[in-house]
Ligand binder design. Structure first.
Ligand code: RB5
Length: 147
């Protein structure tokens, strides 16, 4: 089966979880584009959100996975980019609904907040759940409109 290419990145606080999730995705047959960081040395999370957003914009990946300490800062940074719909996810229901209703293309986790087993389940759901379309198309389109 042909699988998506997923761009992944984290800051230092998300490095361990990012490594775990990248391994899972490779094992599941996804092509993983790992854009760093590559250690627990302190870095700035916006730089890594920007790298994943660029990979999506350039067509190098179809989805993104971002991890920082809370998932919040890196999601804020990613959502500054047109075309990025980044969601902080804490549970399977959120992972499913942000795909079905928001057509989220980037999932963000808090490496200091979420258990790794929960994050692994959430990621699987996020990657396997399609957008529902229908009434949600109009709403998602509004996310791309200038404010
Ligand atoms: C880094 O200490 C931390 O601030 C960062 O990982 C993230 O949680 C920011 O939102």
């Amino acid at each position: 089966m042909s699988r998506m290419t997923i761009a992944v990145a984290s800051d230092h606080a998300g490095f361990d979880l990012k490594t775990t999730l990248a391994g899972d995705m490779k094992e599941a047959g996804y092509t993983v584009l790992d854009l760093g960081t590559n250690s627990r040395d302190s870095v700035d999370y916006p730089d890594f959100a920007n790298a994943v957003a660029k990979a999506l914009k350039d067509g190098k990946a179809e989805r993104g996975v971002l991890v920082c300490g809370t998932g919040i800062g890196i999601a804020m940074a990613a959502n500054r980019h047109p075309g990025v719909r980044a969601a902080v996810v804490h549970d399977g229901t959120g992972a499913r609904l942000t795909r079905q209703h928001n057509d989220a293309n980037v999932v963000c986790f808090g490496g200091r907040l979420i258990g790794s087993e929960v994050a692994r389940d959430c990621l699987k759901i996020f990657l396997e759940t399609p957008f529902e379309g229908g009434r949600h198309v109009r709403r998602v389109d509004k996310l791309s409109q200038p404010v």
